[in-house]
Design a protein around this ligand. Structure first.
Ligand code: CO
Length: 134
């Protein structure tokens, strides 16, 4: 069911510093910072030949990554995103198998303008999983 690894998201306390490290130290292709107020984060995308890294910094009150950064002061891997051909079919199969979908269970439009869902980390080896419609 799952296809390509779309991205690995890393939550960071200082996205400018993290972006500079990826650009200058690791020599990566780094995008501009984009505020995503609907998602409570700012993002920077690191474009790698085979996938992307998504840097996330909290934006505004009640950011969904604020608690994660309280526990992980230096930042850390926050979620991984797999592509699926049909996000509703994927959701229905997963919930039938007992997996928990976060929130209302209805896909939202994610940072790339495509429908996404998040799956409970306790059901997936301690890893928050994002599914994105390919
Ligand atoms: Co993501």
């Amino acid at each position: 069911m799952i296809g390509r690894l779309n991205h690995v998201a890393i939550a960071v306390p200082d996205i400018a510093k993290a972006a500079a490290m990826y650009r200058d130290t690791l020599g990566a292709d780094v995008s501009e910072k984009v505020p995503q107020p609907d998602h409570g984060v700012s993002t920077v995308f690191i474009n790698l030949p085979n996938t992307k890294i998504e840097l996330l910094e909290p934006l505004g009150e009640g950011s969904p990554i604020a608690k994660f950064l309280e526990r992980n002061g230096d930042g850390g891997v926050h979620h991984i995103c797999y592509e699926v051909d049909d996000i509703l079919a994927a959701r229905d199969k997963l919930t039938a198998d007992g997996a928990r979908v976060l929130g209302s269970g209805e896909p939202k439009i994610g940072a790339h303008g495509k429908p996404v869902l998040f799956l409970h980390p306790k059901d997936f080896c301690g890893t928050l999983v994002e599914l994105e419609q390919a």
